[in-house]
Design a protein around this ligand. Sequence first.
Ligand code: PSV
Ligand code: MN
Ligand code: MN
Length: 388
Amino acid sequence: MTDLSAVKRSLASQAIETPSWAYGNSGTRFKVFAQPGVPRSPEEKIADAATVHKYTGVAPTVALHIPWDRVDDYGALTRYAEDLGVRIGAINTNVFQDDDYKLGSVTNPDPGIRRKATDHLLDAIGVMDATGSRDLKLWFSDGINYPGQDDLRERQDRLAAALRETYDRLGDEQRILLEYKLFEPAFYATDIPDWGTSYAHCVELGPKATVCIDTGHHAPGTNIEFIVAFLLRQNRLGAFDFNSRFYADDDLMVGAADPFQLFRIMYEIVRADALDPSYGIAFMLDQCHNIEQKIPAVIRSVMNVQEATAKALLVDRDALATAQRAGDVLEANAVLMDAYNTDVRPLLAEVRADAGLDPDPVGAYRRSGYQRRIEEERAEGAQAGWGA
Ligand code: PSV
Ligand code: MN
Ligand code: MN
């Protein structure tokens, strides 16, 4: 039997990190559709993230992207966030938006460009020192488009050298989250294309390097929960970038394309007792809201993660273990599906009410007048978007 009060406690203490770039304008390579009220500065992105936290109660941190969120005084930005009730989360690096990086950043054949890219990673650790962030998130767009374009193996050596220098600069409480991506923008070969490559580099580096699983970065049909289980067993799962994909790296709302997959992922987390923030996994969103309104879309995404988590927590683990040990295939599957098919919305409404929150976060946001206010207040000035 599942202990409902323990489930509610776990849900109340869950933490989901939202990304600063989800609040800014974004689009596809064809068009960016600007929206009214979009932030014009890192401070305004943080204010929007704090609003998501205000209505969900489980989004206490916001990830920054450097240089999109560059400011002169990160100490002041940190205090600004804290005054609004949130903290700065992962620092994301950007070695993909400069002409110099056409042939790669840390794997570039030109040592001068490799130096520039590595220096950016080291600078980002300086930002972490100033903001108190624990996590340095590294995603490299590095790869090649044509067979023979560069030496596959030497690029791994260059990558390892840059990672080593970066790792050695980390403080005791800081870590690297190393992300992988199947393809794009490189199409023939990507330098960190899969979890195995990321994992191998992390092992080589040391215990402060862990893998970040971006759910959108896999081939169709990939069993992501297997990767989760494997990395948890090895103590190398550091973070998630949650989002949904239908075809490639769509960055759509988590839980929109395949809520069952999200449940299976969260079940592996629950199975490993790795949900509590004290375990150290960063549950982040990595999304862009191109055609839908941004703040309610982030709220909806947070709720989707909560719903998958609630279902995972409701799995009767004793009954499942009994069925598994007895080799009762149908019963084991039924136990899992019973939890998945439970409507957990009333349970989450109770958890919110117990925390003094409106049980309907999207409705509460819409009624709050925040959207109207930002549309009025942010009418003047350049909006933040990709690269701003
Ligand atoms: C590009 O694919 C990407 O979506 C990666 O997932 C990063 O985490 C994100 O951009 C932010 O740099
Ligand atoms: Mn990502
Ligand atoms: Mn991505």
